[in-house]
Design a protein around this ligand. Structure first.
Ligand SMILES: C[S@@+](CC[C@H](N)C(=O)[O-])C[C@H]1O[C@@H](n2cnc3c(N)ncnc32)[C@H](O)[C@@H]1O
Length: 575
């Protein structure tokens, strides 16, 4: 079978990663695996453009026997390689060559549309983008079990330290160099170059629970919350458990410490249990599997009354996630497989092109941390939920510090939520404020702060917020802020008051229920494939919107005036 047919077969399989499909010991492939892998990866890198070219040239409408994966692979080699299609002049090659003039013309058009004068300038830009996204491999040393010094001495004694992340990731470094960077913002966090030939998921240190594979920014919430040894801590949204186990490590030196972990989803609570077990944190962490943090009544439960530190990392849009995942074949856009000459074929194509152009604008908009109108309602629903969970925590009688985080780049889920929380009745009555930058023991030094234009111009609030840009800051896009309370506020705050205040926000996403499917379909997911925890975060992001939405309250969406009022309340986070 030819290289292209084998590659198309691999692309059509759904099971396992691309690498496992190609390099499986049971494989009966005839083509050299490295050649197959390179062809597939290069093709998938440009699939969006290739789909556009194939669709505009009407290739699949004219060549009925050609499958979509085959068309992508062959067109890729025709347009992107100097040798062209690497096969003798058989039917496959002829199927493409018949259309090469049109395909080349559409390719040129697609390049110009994207602002590239030539194929080479596109390739240069793609390589630069890939370099920028060559994320380092982060491992957090599990302080419950061991120390960074011990791990370095026992497993990486031939590695040399570098003093900054930019030094670690500097272009031109040889992949053979054995180097590591010890993070100055997160104690016990090490980074290795992306090119390092270490598979931490198979490493003894990982199997023994001595290390946790965790992105740097994902370590920030526990570092910002910084519970002292002996503290009573809650993780209100815990699975898969990266931050729960990090909290446990931070307080592990005292036997008085405890971490109570809530996870609403019973299936995800199982993952949490495994992670807590692996991190040997069972003596510190108690899991409430299937428990909704929003349903807790802190004044009525003895166990909750003296909790001082609460970490909240609720479900979010996940717009900050980037990674080194195997590329995957996206479903072909409907326009490229539409029946040729069909009554609506041209009309559909035009509509699809307009939609694609509109999407391009939306993508560009979200790069600037803003979103277009169609996503706004969805983000408003998420933001209402995110604000409600923090406000609920603010009613805990002994609470002094709360951290709030997302892996989103959107201000709607970040600074706007912080502002809504600060403006809420519970925050004002109980004396909650942001934890100022100068009060942040370690993270005060982190340079990237919140967006002042989304903090109502309040520079102190913006400075209190911590942001990480995806790729640029060595990992996923992230946001974290902490709230502090000095204890002067109203300690007799009646929890019924906050329950009432929160309830209206919990109801709010119900109104958006019909939009859920749309969001999931349109969202392009980018996650890590070689990082268990990140894979789980991906699961949260994909599953969570549907779960997070409470069943519609009877009659809640019937009255348009009430609906409008609720939406307004959610957007302002007001009271
Ligand atoms: C973004 S994930 C948390 C990731 C986690 N902090 C970590 O670092 O591994 C959010 C989690 O919160 C859970 N969740 C959402 N709403 C909740 C609620 N009201 N009570 C408890 N858990 C909730 C979700 O099921 C999901 O597992």
């Amino acid at each position: 079978m030819s290289l292209y047919l084998e590659a198309a077969n691999i692309l059509s399989q759904k099971e396992g990663s691309l690498k496992s499909r190609i390099y499986s010991p049971k494989s009966t492939l005839k083509s050299p695996p490295a050649k197959l892998y390179a062809l597939i990866v290069e093709t998938l890198k440009h699939q969006e453009l290739l789909n556009e070219v194939i669709g505009a040239a009407g290739l699949l409408q004219h060549e009925k026997k050609l499958s979509h994966p085959l068309a992508l692979l062959l067109t890729h080699d025709l347009l992107f390689t100097s040798r062209g299609i690497a096969t003798s002049d058989g039917p496959l090659k002829q199927q493409i060559n018949r259309h090469q003039t049109r395909l080349k013309a559409e390719f040129k058009r697609a390049l110009i549309k994207r602002g590239y004068g030539s194929k080479d300038s596109l390739l240069t830009a793609t390589t630069a983008a890939e370099d920028a996204i060559a994320l380092p491999r982060w491992i957090r040393i599990n302080a419950i079990q061991t120390t960074a010094d011990k791990v370095l001495k026992s497993h990486f004694s031939d590695y040399k330290p570098v003093t900054s992340l930019s030094e670690l990731t500097a272009p031109g470094r040889s992949p053979k160099e054995k180097i590591y960077y010890r993070c100055e913002y997160v104690p016990d966090l090490l980074a290795f170059p992306a090119s390092a030939k270490i598979d931490f998921t198979k490493h003894k240190l990982y199997a023994d629970g001595d290390i946790i594979i965790q992105d740097r920014s994902s370590c920030f919430p526990a570092v910002l919350l910084l519970p002292p040894p002996g503290a009573k801590v809650i993780d209100g949204t815990a699975a898969p458990g990266n931050k729960t186990t990090h909290l446990a490590a931070l307080v592990s030196s005292s036997k008085q410490s405890s971490v109570l972990a809530f996870e609403k989803d019973p299936k995800r609570a199982e993952t949490l249990k495994k992670m807590v077990h692996k991190a040997r944190a069972e003596k510190i962490v108690t899991i409430r599997a299937g428990a909704d943090f929003l349903e807790t009544r802190p004044k009525r439960e003895v166990e909750l009354r003296d909790v001082t530190h609460i970490l909240l990392d609720p479900s979010c849009s996940g717009s900050g996630i980037v990674g080194r995942e195997d590329p995957t074949l996206l479903p072909p856009p409907a326009a490229i497989t539409a029946v040729a000459g069909g009554r609506n074929a041209k009309k559909n194509l035009k509509r699809k092109r307009e939609q694609a152009a509109a999407k391009g604008t939306a993508d560009a908009a979200s790069e600037n941390n803003t979103v277009d109108a169609k996503d706004k309602d969805r983000l408003a629903a998420l933001a209402a939920f995110q604000a409600s969970i923090v406000q609920h925590a603010m009613a805990f009688p002994a609470a002094r510090r709360i951290s709030y985080s997302t892996c989103s780049i959107h201000a709607e889920e970040n600074e706007n939520v912080v502002m809504a929380i600060l403006a809420s009745k519970v925050a004002k009555k109980r004396g909650w404020r942001v934890l100022k930058r100068e009060e942040q023991e370690i993270l005060g030094k982190w340079p990237r702060r919140g967006l002042v234009e989304h903090c109502g111009g309040d520079k102190d609030v913006a400075e209190a917020c911590v942001r990480c840009n995806p790729g640029e800051d060595g990992g996923i896009g992230f946001f974290v802020a902490a709230f502090a309370r000095d204890g002067e506020g109203d300690d007799d705050y009646e929890e019924e008051e906050v329950v009432g205040e929160v309830k209206c926000r919990k109801e709010n996403p119900d109104d958006e229920q019909e939009d859920e499917g749309k969001w999931d379909e349109e969202e392009e997911w980018k996650g890590f494939s070689d990082d268990e925890a990140a894979a789980d975060e991906k699961e949260t992001k994909e599953d969570e919107p549907a779960r997070k939405i409470q069943p519609p309250v009877k009659g809640a969406t019937q009255n348009p005036k009430k609906k409008q009022k609720r939406r307004k309340r959610a957007k302002t986070g007001g009271n």
